[in-house]
Design a protein around this ligand. Structure first.
Ligand SMILES: *Cc1c(COP(=O)(O)O)cnc(C)c1O
Length: 414
């Protein structure tokens, strides 16, 4: 039997333990940092400084004096090491959905000029819905034989690649199952077929080391409000392999991506470098807070983050096996190489189980059709938190505390 004292000992030896103090955490155990990361303590003062001084007193001067104008590129440079990107390869801007649209369109345009027969976008049927909607919407908008093909497995992916494939777009970690693609191997496989790859790192950025440059990937996008703790709706990132930047054109040709925005010219000319992926005026308050999350993330060694994420996951799974009487079915692959940083279990009453857990201070979430999803965030979660969460989970299952009408009413956000 694993004891709470065992977990206390593991926490005492945790090289990342001190980082927890950089966050404001609710009482109980927060297991939803893969959906909305916790607030860095520094964010409140940063928000106050932006609102009171930069906006309140300095107003328009802040575009220059507070560095508002440079924020998307400067934050991109700070974020880049977390995804294995170099300087000048990344911007923080817009939403993941919008960035995926731009990156996919740019990748399709590169292919259209290299080989016009390549018009097929391949993705995974179980990809996050926005990725599928954006991919489908873009292929419809382009017409010209463009289409989206969906595959259900790595074997089907291999079979789907042919000389009509333009781009493969996948989420590195599946939002529902927590399954992890081998980014380097898939990138090599896609390139061998003559296609380009656009990775969505929403559920991996900040949770594990990612080697975009080492893998020679083409484009990547992802969120800053999940494992990067940028705040609700904080702007997303977009990475472009430097070998594509100068030949890339993206369709949202707004003035922020112009070569000379303040020359106010009447014809668009893309900015040199990754700044051409910017569109219009940025949400400065929200963007500024991204830095507080990055400040903490950059204090951690990503190999240690990954090791702790896997250790927390193994602990969770061992405790569930010991205490939850086979009521939960593990959906996430158990092998380390095949899982991200959240665990998903199937249970026929998953929605009610999640609500009963939340009522007891253990916050996870529900995903259709029957999934209980629990995020493990190494920067602020302790081994004892995992222990306490499984104790409560085991109790909720054993006592059927979930079997109560008030836990079965669905809210708009699950
Ligand atoms: C969370 C998530 C998104 C969110 O996209 P937004 O445009 O920020 O709403 C996109 N893709 C994946 C894979 C996600 O997990």
């Amino acid at each position: 039997m694993i004891t709470r004292e065992d977990c206390v000992r593991l926490d005492a030896a945790d090289p990342l333990a001190a980082l927890r103090d950089a966050f404001v955490l609710p009482p109980g155990v927060y297991l939803d940092g893969n959906s909305l990361g916790a607030r860095p303590k520094a964010a409140a003062a940063r928000a106050a400084a932006v609102v009171e001084r930069e906006w309140g007193q300095d107003l328009i001067a802040s575009w220059n004096t507070a560095g508002w104008w440079e924020l998307p590129v400067r934050l991109g440079d700070r974020l880049a090491p977390l995804i294995g990107g170099g300087p000048g390869s990344t911007v923080v801007t817009d939403t993941t959905s919008a960035n995926l649209f731009k990156a996919l369109a740019a990748a399709l345009a590169l292919q259209a000029s290299a080989d016009p027969r390549r018009t097929v976008v391949v993705s995974e049927r179980d990809n996050f819905p926005t990725d599928l909607y954006i991919s489908h919407g873009l292929t419809e908008l382009l017409g010209r034989g463009h289409e989206l093909r969906l595959v259900d497995s790595p074997e089907e992916l291999a079979a789907a690649l042919d000389d009509t494939t333009a781009v493969v777009t996948l989420s590195h970690v599946n939002y529902r199952t927590g399954a992890l693609w081998d980014l380097a191997a898939v990138t090599a496989q896609v390139h061998a077929a003559g296609a380009l790859v656009v990775w969505d790192l929403a559920h991996s950025a900040g949770a594990l080391p990612i080697g975009l440059t080492a893998a020679d990937a083409d484009f990547a996008v992802g969120c800053t409000y999940k494992y990067l703790n940028g705040g609700p709706g904080s702007p997303a990132f977009l990475w472009v392999n430097p070998r594509h930047v100068e030949s890339s054109r993206q369709p949202l040709t707004g003035w922020w991506g112009h070569a000379r925005p303040f020359a106010m010219e009447d014809v668009y000319e893309p900015a040199p470098g990754v700044a051409r992926f910017l569109g219009g005026t940025q949400p400065v308050v929200s963007l500024a807070l991204v830095e507080c999350g990055l400040d903490v993330a950059l204090r951690a060694d990503l190999e240690e983050v990954r090791a702790k994420s896997l250790a927390l996951g193994d602990l969770f799974l061992d405790l569930v096996e010991e205490r939850c009487g086979g009521e939960l079915t593990l959906v996430t692959p158990r092998e380390h190489e095949r899982r991200g940083s959240h665990l998903t279990f199937a249970h026929p009453e998953a929605y009610a189980v999640v609500q009963a857990l939340i009522a007891r201070g253990v916050v996870g979430d529900f995903r259709e059709p029957d999934c209980l999803r629990l995020g493990l965030t190494p920067l602020y979660l302790r081994h004892v938190d995992v222990y306490d969460a499984v104790e409560i989970l085991a109790d909720v299952l054993a006592t059927r505390a979930w079997d109560d009408d008030r836990y079965k009413v669905r809210s708009a956000v699950t």
